[in-house]
Design a protein around this ligand. Sequence first.
Ligand code: DP6
Length: 345
Amino acid sequence: MFSATCVAPVNMALVKYWGKRNEELILPINDSVSMTLDANEMCAKTTISASESFKQNRMWLNGDVVPFEENARLMRCLEGVHRLALANGAHKFPLSWKVHIASYNNFPTAAGLASSAAGYACLVYTLARLYDLPLNEELTTIARQGSGSACRSLYGGFVHWQRGSASDGSDSIAVQLAPAEHWPNMHMLILVVNDARKKTGSTKGMQLGVKTSSLIQHRAKELVPQRVKDLMAAIDARDFDTFAEITMKESNQLHAICLDTYPPCVYMNDVSHAIANFVHDYNETMGALQAAYTFDAGPNACLYVLAENVPRLLAAIQLAFPNDSSQSVEYLKGIPVPPVEVKNG
Ligand code: DP6
């Protein structure tokens, strides 16, 4: 029997992926840029074993059985890694051996906290370790076919998922813009407003958006390319002001498109809006942009803040959202690092 265990972190989009041009290959209508969190804070941990004696491919997520062979996305990831292993001639056991996969998320699943990104990145990365394959751009195209945003969790730091133009998706890859050490004092705070499963998942929400929103194509074609360029320059120059403004505008635009979808997809709740308002008021009081928010397809907030400003921001959050009120939030802190293999895990 051969086994590998890896952990892969969550990533949070700064410029959002929202909308596919090919549902099966998971090809996006626009580029996106993200920051990957500290693997110890919010991550998926996956162990995969392959054995001659296994009768079928099986999977457990947080201890519950997942129907693996019926799940097209999971199968596509396994087949993609098999194809790479064949091409590399790098397999140490027959590819016909079945696999058993056990995965755990150390944070709420499907609550708009990028659980599918960490989960599929971890699955593909662990399979790659099992078959002795290197982490490269091709591997990101396989993670992308599990869940689009997963391709960005294969790298730490700041990551760019390029939309690509090839119809087979071979150039729709994730590349690292800068490692975490490039901006070491960049921190992320996750404010958990609600950890319940969301009503409309991202896949369905963006599908409906592509069909019904009149803003979505304008955003993808006319607005995102410049935003990606500006954000890349801001990351390069460690320019927090520009970074913060683009990040907040991007989040607002994603949720504007969700409201422009018919019927509308509402992901943010009253507490989420209160947090966004709080951040704008806080920045105004400070006389500078010291915090930026972003919301994915859920009510939970992700705040970006430089390390030296974390204590003051946290104190202000605790005052504005005390734990015993209806507006209570929990905090998780993170710094950006890449997926890692856990030895003897
Ligand atoms: C709002 O990657 O979960 O988090 O490709 O259908 O699995 P599928 O969608 P998914 O969508 C993530 C959307 C987002 C924005 C982002 O991460 O860029």
